[in-house]
Design a protein around this ligand. Sequence first.
Ligand code: 5GP
Length: 120
Amino acid sequence: VVPPYDKNNVFARILRGEMPFEWVYGNQYVMAFRDIAPVAKVHVLVVPRGAYVNYHDFIENAPANEQLGFWKAVDHVARELGLAENGWRMVANTGKDAGQVVPHFHIHILGGEPLGPMDN
Ligand code: 5GP
C-alpha cells in the first residue's frame, strides 16, 4: 500500500541540510519551515525527521513517541507563530486525489488571516 520511501524527495534533502529553507522550528522529532509557495499569510510545513511517505505510513509505522512528539510540535509551532488566538488550519494532503506532491509526510499550518471556508 505504501510506496517505497524516496530518499531524494525535497523534504528529505531539506532535513539533510542539502537545500536552503526558511527555518521556523526544530527539535528531535520535527523540522518546521516556510512553504516556498504560500497560499496564506502564514504557511508553514511541519515534517517528521523520520522517513514516512504519507499519513498511513506515519501512523502505522512511526514509534509512539515520534507520533506524540510530532503532533505536539505542530501545536507548538502554531502557538509560536502567534496563531492560537485567532485560529489556524491544519492540512495533510495524501495521495493523488489530494495533490500530494512531496512523498514525505507533512502537515501544512495555515493562518495569519481569515482563511474562508474550505472549497473542497
Ligand atoms: P503537498 O505535497 O502537501 O501537496 O505540498 C507540498 C508543499 O511543499 C507545497 O505547498 C509546496 O509549495 C511546498 N514545497 C515544494 N517544494 C518545496 C521546497 O523546495 N521548499 C519549501 N520550503 N517548500 C516546498
